[in-house]
Write a protein that binds this ligand. Structure first.
Ligand SMILES: NC(=O)c1ccc[n+]([C@@H]2O[C@H](COP(=O)([O-])OP(=O)(O)OC[C@H]3O[C@@H](n4cnc5c(N)ncnc54)[C@H](O)[C@@H]3O)[C@@H](O)[C@H]2O)c1
Ligand SMILES: [Zn+2]
Length: 362
């Protein structure tokens, strides 16, 4: 199955399905044969799990460069090391990169591709559920000690090859993390879809077919919004639903100590509370989402390890904050996102409510 993505800069396809890596090689044969070198950038963990599958199904000669797992690869050092490798291997403007991994490898590889010799083509081969989001849309970045994703570029891939084969090895923590972005895509697009999550007894109970259907829907939501607004001038801000407070939690708890998705799930609760107050979301809806999030094992205790002052300080220096005003993605109705200016005291009231729920164990 293909989902087309058309932005002002580029048009490309997201290919989805089980065991599609080999077919992709056939479909893109003419393009890939023109390249002087194909280089797969991946992380240690993904490569140890999937080297054999890739060697069996990727039908062209390739080189591989292995970076550290997870967020540790989004450093200046890693970025520099990949560039050094490409230069040492005599890569040129005719070389092509492949990001094989989760969002971290995708973000790093995309940024390397955007800047090596002023830009070379790259393909995303996402291996996590979360990367159904990060691999689509062309945001690439590395981190700076002063902030996450601070150095980057909008740079679209040539295609995204989402081979479900890779998902089989994902640990439950990563399924939970990725599912949060899927739930976000549901909340900002389709209230009936959200109801499907309310019926889930646990993460383990999710059937593979259901998960794949949700991933496809999530990609469609993301692709549609990116098409409307590639460079985050307007509609793309909707994708930040849950991220203002979520990013503050992620940064305060510490990257690597909480997954991105878990932080986003936590961040969606204050965003929903604000949507009840400022939009037409039914009173009590947030509590329902909070309950299902607990049932699915999202750990809200992290909030109690952060002071509101820490979170507020982070929200104020977020790159989405302008002149000290918080531009919050909210829901007018479930499935209907809006962006509103919200005062810090309104956020604080939601933070207090959330802490109360966590302490009372509702
Ligand atoms: N560019 C964007 O639009 C965008 C959007 C959302 C998130 N992000 C970024 O994505 C990153 C998070 O992505 P992520 O959650 O995929 O994390 P990740 O890339 O750090 O991967 C998480 C862990 O899962 C492992 N892993 C990956 N695939 C696996 C598999 N198939 N089986 C077993 N283990 C596997 C990795 O080795 C890693 O240890 C963050 O850096 C975030 O900033 C970017
Ligand atoms: Zn996110």
């Amino acid at each position: 199955m293909n989902i087309p993505v058309k932005t002002t800069d580029a048009s490309y396809d997201v290919h989805l399905g089980e065991n599609i890596l080999h077919d992709f090689c056939g479909q893109y044969k003419a393009l890939l044969e023109k390249a002087d070198q194909l280089v797969i950038i991946t992380d240690e963990h993904v490569w140890s799990l999937h080297e054999q599958y890739v060697r069996e199904h990727f039908s062209f000669p390739f080189k591989v460069y292995i970076v550290p797992n997870g967020e540790a690869c989004k450093t200046f050092d890693s970025y520099f090391d990949v560039q050094t490798f490409l230069l040492q291997e005599s890569c040129s403007r005719n070389s092509v990169l492949f990001a094989l991994g989760g969002g971290a490898v995708g973000d790093l590889t995309g940024f390397v591709a955007a800047t090596f010799m002023r830009g070379i083509p790259f393909y995303q081969i996402p291996t996590t559920i979360l990367a159904h989001d990060s691999a689509v849309g062309g945001k690439t970045a590395i981190n700076h000690p002063n902030g996450k994703n601070m150095i980057g570029a909008f740079y679209q891939p040539q295609a995204v090859i989402y081979d479900f084969h890779f998902l089989a090895t994902l640990p439950e923590t990563e399924v939970r993390s990725g599912l949060a972005e899927v739930i976000k895509h549901a909340l900002i697009s389709d209230s009936k879809w959200v109801n499907e999550f309310f019926e889930l007894p646990s993460i383990k109970s999710i059937e593979k077919e259901t998960l794949l259907k949700w991933i496809e829907k999530g990609i469609r939501v993301k692709a549609h919004i990116v098409e409307l607004d590639e460079k985050e001038q307007s509609y793309r801000k909707y994708l930040n639903f849950g991220h203002t407070y979520g990013h503050a939690i992620e940064a305060t708890v510490g990257y690597g100590k909480i997954t991105h998705g878990e932080a986003v799930m936590i961040g969606m609760i204050p965003a929903l509370m604000l949507s009840e107050k400022n939009g037409n979301v039914a009173v009590g809806y947030t509590e329902k989402v909070y309950e299902i999030a607990n049932r699915l094992g999202y750990n809200f205790q992290h909030v109690l390890n952060c002071s509101f002052e820490q979170l507020a300080a982070f929200m104020l220096k977020d790159k989405k904050t302008t002149n000290g005003e918080l531009h919050f993605a909210l829901l007018q109705e479930i499935g209907e996102p809006i962006v509103q200016v919200i005062s810090m005291s309104e956020v604080q009231a939601c933070d207090e409510q959330l802490r109360k729920w966590i302490k009372e164990g509702i």
